[in-house]
Design a protein around this ligand. Structure first.
Ligand code: 48F
Length: 261
C-alpha cells in the first residue's frame, strides 16, 4: 500500500510538534540537567510521582558515562545495595563470582532500561540542549530555572542569545564537572560557594559518601551523582554505578518532599 505525503508535511510536523513541546515544557516542576545514570534515575522517580519533569541532555544520546563501561569493556558493576532499583527497572544482572557484594550487567542494558524507565514514567527527555546558566531571584534567594542553548550553537562558537526555562527545582546531574553548580559559583559570587573538584579513586568510600551528601546545594538547586563528589571534593569511584542510582533516587525523594510541602 502506498501512502502520500510531501516534504513540506515532514517539515511542518517536526517544527509544529517540537515547538508545542518546547512551549509546554518552558515551565516545569523539575529540570534535570544531564541524562546520565543519576539524572535518569531521578527523572524516573520524580515523573512517577506525577511531577512535570524535563531532562535536558547536551549530547544526542543518553546514558552519560554508562555506555563506555569500564575502559570500554562492556560490563559494569554495582553493589548489591542497588538491586531494588535495578529490579524495579527490569534490568538483568548476575552476582559476581569475584565478590558476592558486587553485581554485574551489560552497560547497554542498564543504559536502555534506565532511559526507558524514565521516559515511560512520564519524564520528557530532550537531546542537543546545553544548560549554560541559571535564572535566580533574590529576597529570598533562590534558583528558579535554567538558561539553555542548542549544543550545536555552543560548538559553532557563534554568538547567539539563549532562551530560558522556569522550574521549581533544578537538579545538577552533569557528572564530574558539576556544571550547573560551577556556573552559579562563578557568577553569583556573593553566595560564596565553590566546586572543589573530585578526589582520586577510593571506590568503596565514595559509594557511600556520594549518597550521604546528595541533597540541596542552595534554594532551588540540588545535586546528584558525580556532581555531588565534585562539589564536596569526594573521591571518584570508577565504573561502579550503584551510588549513581541510589543518589538519583535520594534526590528525587528530597525534591518531592521540598516542592510538595
Ligand atoms: O557523566 P554522567 O554519567 O554523570 P552521573 O550521572 O554518572 C557518573 C558515571 O557515569 C560515572 C562514574 C560513577 O559511576 O564515575 O562517570 O553523575 O552524565 C552526565 C550527563 O550530563 C550531560 C553529559 O553530556 C552527560 O550525558 N551534561 C553535562 N553538562 C551538561 C549536560 C550541560 N551543561 N547541559 C546539558 N547536559
Amino acid at each position: 500500500m502506498s501512502v502520500s505525503f510531501d516534504e513540506c508535511d515532514i517539515t511542518r510536523t517536526i517544527i509544529e510538534y517540537s515547538s508545542k513541546d518546547l512551549v509546554n515544557f518552558s515551565k516545569v516542576d523539575i529540570i534535570i540537567v544531564g541524562a546520565g545514570p543519576s539524572g535518569l534515575t531521578a527523572g524516573y522517580y520524580l515523573a512517577k510521582r506525577g511531577l512535570k519533569t524535563l531532562i535536558l541532555e547536551r549530547r544526542l544520546s543518553l546514558g552519560g558515562g554508562i555506555g563506555g563501561g569500564g575502559m570500554l569493556f562492556h560490563k559494569i558493576v554495582a553493589s548489591v545495595k542497588a538491586r531494588e532499583i535495578l529490579d524495579e527497572m527490569n534490568c538483568r544482572y548476575e552476582i559476581s563470582k569475584e565478590n558476592e557484594n558486587l553485581i554485574v550487567m551489560d552497560a547497554s542494558e542498564l543504559l536502555i532500561k534506565l532511559g526507558s524507565a524514565a521516559i515511560n514514567s512520564g519524564a520528557k527527555l530532550i537531546f542537543g540542549i546545553s544548560v549554560e546558566d541559571v535564572i535566580y531571584r533574590d529576597n529570598p534567594f533562590r534558583i528558579e530555572g535554567v538558561v539553555i542553548q542548542w549544543s550545536a550553537v555552543h560548538l559553532s562558537g557563534l554568538h547567539v542569545d539563549p532562551l530560558m526555562i522556569r522550574a521549581k527545582a533544578v537538579i545538577d546531574a552533569t557528572g564530574h564537572d558539576a556544571e550547573v553548580i560551577s556556573v552559579v559559583a562563578k557568577k553569583i559570587k556573593d553566595l560564596g560557594i565553590s566546586v572543589l573538584g573530585e578526589k582520586s579513586m577510593y571506590s568503596v568510600k565514595s559509594e557511600d559518601l556520594v549518597v550521604e551528601r546528595t541533597g540541596k546545594i542552595i534554594e532551588g538547586l540540588y545535586a546528584t551523582g558525580m556532581a555531588v563528589a565534585a562539589y564536596y571534593n569526594l573521591p571518584r569511584m570508577g565504573p561502579i554505578f550503584s551510588s549513581m542510582l541510589l543518589s538519583g533516587k535520594k534526590i528525587a525523594e528530597i525534591v518531592i518532599s521540598d516542592i510538595t510541602r
